[in-house]
Design a protein around this ligand. Sequence first.
Ligand code: KG4
Ligand code: ZN
Length: 342
Amino acid sequence: MQKILAFETSCDDTAVAILEQSGRVLAESIFSQLEEHAPYGGVVPEVGSRAHIEQILHVTKETFKKASLKPDDIDAVAATFTPGLLGPLLVGAQFAKGFALARSLPLIGVHHIEGHIFAGFGEKNFPKSPFLALIASGGHTAIYSCSHDHRITTVGETLDDAAGEAFDKIGRALGLGYPAGRLIDELALEGDKDRFIFPVALKNADGYDFSFSGLKTKALLLIKEQGLFRGQDLADFCASFREAVAKALCQRALKACRELGINSLVLGGGVSANSRVRSLMTEYAGCELSLYLPKVSHCTDNAAMIGKAAIVRMAEGRRSDYSLDACASWPIEESEKLTFFC
Ligand code: KG4
Ligand code: ZN
């Protein structure tokens, strides 16, 4: 069976995976740059690029070791080429190109969001297309439609902040460090979600767009008025905030599925690791929707998802040109331009 080597370096994780063509992950490794960026309270692109350069060879060697494979065993190479931070993207893209060129292997340039959409590809309960995907991460929050032939279109998207960005901004204001989504989720476990009332934007609006700025402003105002929350107050604040984000995401996704007549929904992106988003969407889905939730380690950025998106494109007979360049932004509707039929 063919083996694919995949790289993901679009932000602050240096991630490498080796997969079989079936989607089975043989090995994966990840170096998180959280410590490098922590002093700055956010991701610094220049610091990230350098850390990727320092780590990518080690992480690749470690992945080969875990899989008990050699570079000669690889049949195709995939990497995230867009969207993301240009410096970090270039490191993974150029490393992948070098590996592919040196061995005359097919190269597959992947759109990062397609990676999140196909993170569960090959798993037993991953739906057959068509399906909708709710992808909520630090940089993106949108609902996408995946057609029979795996073409992706945007159905609705955030008009302002991404859901993860809202978690991170509130976390920073609460003095919880960066990124804060996971910590807010943990603190919320002991909290009362009905203690603070936060707005759920665009609740009854037509269409499937999101907005998190009103919620963020309300939360920041409360922090300003009441000072830093502590103990039970902090837990209640986190639970109430988390509930508002989860409701906004899940209500829109359910509405889109119902109105568009699609009964399969895939969740993805860092915020889909959120325990309330997972439980609320499971509740809403009931028997009406077939819901796919990625395992928590494949919600946040990872290279296995890039390998899986590449497998979907390879199955269509597509590959990329060795001259393909990394790009900071690229509409998902045009992601097919990353590859050509060979
Ligand atoms: O998908 P991802 O790893 O990177 C991007 O493509 O942006 O998502 C990272 C985002 C961060 O904003 C982080 O705070 C958020 O996902 N996140 C969470 C949780 N785990 C990660 N947000 C809420 N609850 C979580 N458990
Ligand atoms: Zn991501």
